[in-house]
Write a protein that binds this ligand. Structure first.
Ligand code: GTQ
Length: 352
């Protein structure tokens, strides 16, 4: 063995011993981890995944036979991303769940720091109360429960009511910003007019002059399906995106910004036969198929959807949408974490 080789071996052993001794000081060598920490682009643990309505609806209804809303507080099947085992997460920042409320039930009043949104999937006659305002819910309605607002849900329906919950739980957990408060009573008092925020802020193009809310979230707490659908149907060709089709954001009518500070929500229409061009962005999303039949290709894998199916889009993943019907429009609702990324100057978008 040459002197040089022996020196190298001694040196290598010294480095190994040195590294083995570091953990006791709670330090680590960046030079061993730099390339895995600072990757050229995001390396998402989130997996694209589609949850089938046909499979989940029976599971949800079964939960209604086994667990009451009173026992559960919220009777929800969480949509758990297969790449994020052990976490309450649909993407790394967003949570989606299917909530069921049965006739006569009340899901008791509470508040929490995560923001919530709801998109009604099935059933008439349920309501939610947000800070004293009772809000009626019909299929397709989009409803907000902003950060720290008191909310309870109830049903005056004769059948099951189901909606998609969207919350920023994983993001707020990561930020260690979770606070939760139960209300002293099951239901909170109704202190405001029924659907009052819709009366005040729900007519596009008009705002009250006397009172103009300046909160971080939209003062409009419900966006009715009829209005949203009409708006997306009447969009002119100049407003179509080659990447998203005819797409509208549910905005805060006062600021034009996202309806919630952490989540942006959208309704998009794909015309019969339409296939969008591939793009990717540094925001993750949860989609709900609302109408029609189509497929979305995410990172070269295809997910075929029909109404009620939900799918997760990881950040920075190439994707295209296709309407598989030659005669019917397809409609997708979605919510994303783009407002957070934009606020932090981390938002990027790329066309293929
Ligand atoms: O309806 O308040 O899916 O607090 C998760 C947590 C729904 C709700 C969820 C919640 C709610």
């Amino acid at each position: 063995m040459s002197h040089a080789t022996q020196h190298t071996k001694v040196q290598a052993q010294a480095v190994e011993d040195y590294l083995a001794g570091l953990p006791q000081f709670h330090v680590g060598p960046l030079w061993k981890f730099l390339s895995q920490a600072l990757t050229p682009e995001p390396q998402s643990q989130v997996r694209p995944h589609l949850w089938r309505w046909q499979e989940l609806r029976p599971q949800l209804l079964r939960s209604g036979e086994l667990v009451s809303a009173a026992e559960a507080e919220r009777r929800v099947l969480m949509l758990l991303n297969p790449g994020l085992e052990g976490r309450i997460a649909t993407t790394h920042t967003l949570y989606g769940g299917l909530q069921l409320i049965l006739p006569g039930e009340v899901a008791r009043t509470h508040r929490h720091t995560p923001n919530a949104l709801r998109f009604i999937m099935e059933g008439e006659g349920a309501y939610t109360v947000v800070d004293g305002e009772k809000i009626t819910m019909s299929p397709g309605d989009f409803v907000l429960t902003p950060n720290w607002t008191w909310h309870d849900h109830g049903s005056e329906s004769t059948g099951p009511v189901v909606w998609l919950d969207g919350l920023d739980i994983p993001l707020i957990q990561m930020l260690e910003g979770i606070f939760f408060d139960p209300y002293a009573e099951e239901a909170q008092p109704l202190t405001k007019p029924l659907d009052g925020s819709v009366a005040d802020y729900g007519k596009s193009g008009f705002l009250p002059t006397w009172q103009r809310a300046t909160s971080a979230h939209s003062p409009l707490l419900k966006y009715a399906w009829k209005d949203a659908r009409e708006a997306v149907m009447s969009l002119g060709p100049d407003a179509f995106s080659p990447f998203d089709g005819a797409m509208l954001e549910y905005v805060n009518p006062v600021t034009g910004g996202p309806s919630l500070p952490t989540m942006a929500s959208f309704l998009q229409r794909l015309q019969p036969g339409q296939q969008t061009q591939a793009h990717r962005h540094s925001s993750s999303a949860v989609y709900l198929a609302v109408e029609g039949h189509g497929r979305t290709t995410i990172a070269a894998k295809t997910y075929e959807w029909s109404p009620g199916d939900v799918f997760a889009l990881p950040t920075w993943a190439w994707h295209t949408h296709e309407n598989l019907s030659a005669s019917q429009d397809a409609m997708l609702f979605s919510f994303t974490d783009a407002p957070v990324m934009k606020f932090l100057h981390l938002y990027r978008e790329q066309a293929m």
